[in-house]
Design a protein around this ligand. Structure first.
Ligand code: ADP
Ligand code: MG
Length: 338
């Protein structure tokens, strides 16, 4: 081969590679929709562990939920704080080489709620028919000395940080479809809470959108799992027993009208009326709008959701749709997203 010929060949190879790279980049930019859902929100094929067992990291088999003795023997608690709320401080722990989340009670006054949260975690882990976990996996607990609860760690943390997480870790996959998928998952979890055999459960610790979402965690593939279940009172339809979210006055448009003290006189908890799970439905449009944010296409999807979201805001609770009704509409809208 002559020198001139090999030089030309090299030029041809380099320029073809360059053209290919540029086209790929352009294709990627213009087809964000194609890529945006890659690896996200997909269900894994690994089924859930049976009740009373868990599987984390690369574990193949399900392991019995840990009790005090194995926790005392095997759990190392690090100083790294994963997050904290009003009631709990959550630190990173290590169990048999696996990172775990360890929740500590901040004050004994909250012990009752802490126990309630644990029993709700157990109750809703039993939910059949779901391949994926919709509630955080319970790994163990011990109330012998300082009460602790161990759960699966979700390093992306609280769902209230969604927008920061998308920016930091998923900027290429951040699109309307991914965000709207979160609205669907939020309502799917509400539907699980509202349709339990023992009666509907109300998500009480949710007085503004970020607070509501701080009770959920983001999984590695950007799914929602319910984590903080300390305030899920039960509506007992049979005995006609409704609920109240706490004993303090609730204010603001995010909480449902029936949760507010609609009188000029001073708040009196004993006179405050009780209500049901439809208070959660009132909050759905605001939570979903928060999740969608101002991403391209947001105003268009809001038009498609206008009707169902208006129904959620009906002042008469019984006229609001159920979580299942909302899900049906959300799924239709989702299918129409490119
Ligand atoms: N399993 C976990 N993995 C990662 N972060 C967690 C986990 N559990 C809790 N956190 C973090 O700790 C915060 C507080 O937890 P939470 O159970 O909501 O406490 P509180 O009952 O005080 O509100 C969460 O918002 C989240 O940031
Ligand atoms: Mg919380």
């Amino acid at each position: 081969m002559k020198v001139g010929e090999s030089g030309f060949n090299l030029f041809l190879i380099v320029s073809t590679t360059l053209v290919l790279l540029i086209s790929l980049e352009l294709f990627y930019q213009h087809n964000e929709w194609v890529f945006c859902f890659k690896n996200l929100g997909c269900s894994t094929n690994i089924s859930k562990c049976p009740v009373g067992t868990f599987r984390i990291g690369n574990m193949i088999d399900c392991h019995d939920v840990l009790g005090c003795s194995s926790i005392t023997e095997d759990l190392i608690i690090t100083d790294q704080v994963l997050g904290e709320g009003t009631q709990k401080k959550v630190k990173k722990g290590l169990w048999q080489g696996h990172e775990v989340a360890v929740s500590f009670l901040k004050h004994l006054d909250y012990l009752e709620d802490f126990r309630h949260g644990l029993s709700m975690m157990q109750l809703f882990s039993e939910e059949p028919g779901h391949l994926e976990n919709r509630v955080v996996q319970l790994i163990g607990w011990c109330f012998d000395k300082e009460p602790i609860i161990m759960t699966e760690i979700h390093p992306l943390g609280s769902a209230s940080r969604l927008h920061a997480v998308l920016q930091e870790h998923f900027s290429h996959q951040d699109c309307l479809k991914v965000r709207f998928r979160m609205c669907i998952e939020f309502v799917q979890i509400l539907n699980i809470l509202h349709t339990h055999d023992m009666g509907p459960r109300v998500m009480c610790d949710a007085n503004y959108p970020e607070k509501a979402l701080s009770q959920f965690l983001l999984t590695k593939n950007l799914s929602l799992v319910l984590n903080d279940m300390d305030a899920l009172p039960r509506v007992d339809r049979e005995s006609g027993q409704l609920i109240k979210c706490g004993h303090r006055e609730l204010q603001g448009d995010f909480v449902a009208p029936e949760q507010r003290w609609n009188s000029d006189s001073e708040y009196n908890d004993t006179k405050m009326a009780h209500y049901d799970e439809k208070v959660d439905i009132w909050k759905v449009p605001d939570v979903c709008n928060f999740l969608i944010g101002d991403i391209m296409g947001a105003s268009k999807i809001q038009l498609h959701l206008f009707n169902i979201h208006s129904r959620c805001k009906h002042t008469e609770p019984s006229k609001r749709p159920s979580a299942k009704d909302i899900l049906a509409i959300y799924e239709q809208v989702y299918k129409r997203l490119k």
